[in-house]
Design a protein around this ligand. Structure first.
Ligand code: S3P
Length: 442
């Protein structure tokens, strides 16, 4: 129902939310499945893929470099890969809003001997690219940015493995270097002082790739040999914990609610929000489900809860980096002041998410302060609402604003909903099925 997602929307204080749905496919894993399938030799099958704008742009990019990409049913795709023999695309590779898409594909293609130009929308074009082009250049990649941003022009190059420690905790940077390492000569090592999501490492093994991950103090050392040939694979995508977070928090803050989301990926590098909500005394039942694509899954039942404020440590940030806007909405209803530390990286997301989250809350009468890289939110049993949220083309700000409106005293408006389709095209349908009152603003 992507076509319903445009223009301003309003969320009204709702009756209790009730019901169950299956979490949409994980965005990070869907991107990677298309990339690995295109790089592998032969016909791979992908099931339960997230068909959001971001992922579809990655699928289109894989087709533009010569992979045969065919949709065979809802969420089902057949991708016939070329064993790394890509062709230069005749048009720009447009990644729309997606940092993951553009940064990982730069790594994937940098050593394959083709030319390409990488572009994106206004939000993506304002985001930093040197965090990826710098290490890729150290490997020998020929990538020219526009002052560190898109468009990026890539020329054919032969890469050599490097030993790299990213200066920020970023799975995108790690993954770009690892993907480039697959086509490089020699060994590539990435050292992570703080572990980030490990989906690239896990999925590479499913495609027959060779990679070792060793514990290194608090962090990890990831090593892979170059010049790898990948085999085709059959991948079923687990549900997205970052998308499930919206209905979970909606249930926790809307009196009388009980909501179950099934098939949610459970990976310690992604589950920081759920740990944090439990620390805040959220009533969450967790029930194990089947493994998919090398990842565990769980069903989560969330019931309305009297939340308590806590301090969220900086070390937890990489495992919940996309969840701070919706955690901040939960914090607005918690007893006391929740302090979330170590949020510098939020400034480099689809918007300056630290400022956008604070503005979202302030516009709706919540007491909030940014103290360095800490966000402090003081909760109240009754949140006034009544504000209009500036989404700044950021899907997670839009969804968080609407969730706030379900439990506030007055309706909350968000100025646009189009960007929600980048990560969660079924958001409105899923929320409406639970009884949430969401309507377009005429
Ligand atoms: C992602 C990594 C994270 C996250 C993004 C998806 C990934 O970005 O914010 O939504 O799939 O690797 P960073 O690695 O830049 O923190």
């Amino acid at each position: 129902m992507t076509d319903r997602l445009h223009g301003p929307f309003r969320a009204r204080p709702s009756h209790p939310l009730q019901g169950q749905f299956q979490a949409p496919g994980d965005k990070s894993i869907s991107h990677r499945a298309f990339m690995f399938a295109a790089l592998a030799q032969g016909e791979s099958l992908i099931e339960a893929a997230l068909e959001s704008d971001d992922v579809l742009n990655t699928a289109k990019a894989m087709a533009a470099i010569g992979a045969d990409v065919e949709r065979t049913g809802p969420g089902a795709w057949r991708v016939t890969g070329l064993g790394g023999r890509f062709e230069s695309p005749t048009e720009d590779l447009d990644f729309g809003n997606s940092g993951t898409g553009v940064r990982l594909v730069m790594g994937l293609l940098a050593g394959t001997g083709i030319k390409a130009r990488f572009v994106g929308d206004a939000s993506l074009s304002s985001r930093p690219m040197k965090r990826v082009t710098d290490p890729l250049a150290q490997m020998g990649a020929k990538l020219v940015t526009q002052d560190g941003r898109l468009p990026v022009d890539m020329q054919p190059a032969q890469l050599t493995g490097i030993d790299y420690t990213p200066p920020m905790a970023s799975a995108q940077v790690k993954s770009a270097v690892l993907l480039a390492g697959l086509t490089a000569q020699g060994v590539t090592v990435v050292r992570e002082p703080v572990p980030t999501r490990d989906h690239t490492e896990t999925m590479l093994k499913l495609f027959g790739g060779e990679i070792t991950v060793a514990l290194d103090g608090e962090g990890r050392r990831i090593t892979l040999p170059g010049s790898q040939r990948l085999d085709r694979a059959h991948i079923r995508i687990p549900g997205d914990p970052s998308s499930a977070a919206f209905a979970v928090v909606a249930a926790l803050i809307t009196p009388g609610s009980e909501v179950t989301i099934t098939g949610v990926m459970d990976n310690p590098a992604r589950s920081g929000l759920y740990r944090t909500l439990q620390d805040m005394q959220a009533d969450l039942d967790i029930c194990p489900g089947p493994d998919m694509a090398g990842e565990h899954t769980i069903d989560i039942t969330a019931r309305y809860s009297a939340l308590k404020a806590i301090d969220v440590p900086a070390e937890r940030a990489p495992s919940m980096i996309d969840e701070y806007p919706i955690l901040s909405v939960a914090a607005a209803f918690a007893d006391g002041t929740t302090r979330m530390h170590g949020l510098d990286e939020l400034r480099a997301k689809e918007s300056d998410r630290l400022a956008a989250t604070a503005d979202l809350l302030a516009a709706n009468g919540v007491s909030v302060a940014i103290e360095g890289d800490t966000l402090a939110v003081t909760g109240a049993a009754e949140v006034p609402g009544g504000g209009r949220v500036a989404t700044l083309h950021d899907h997670r700000i839009a969804m968080s604003g609407l969730v706030l409106g379900l439990a506030a005293q007055n309706p909350v408006e968000v100025d646009d909903t189009a960007m929600i389709a980048t990560s969660y095209p079924d958001f409105l349908d899923h929320m409406a099925a639970l009884g949430a009152e969401l309507e377009p603003v005429r």
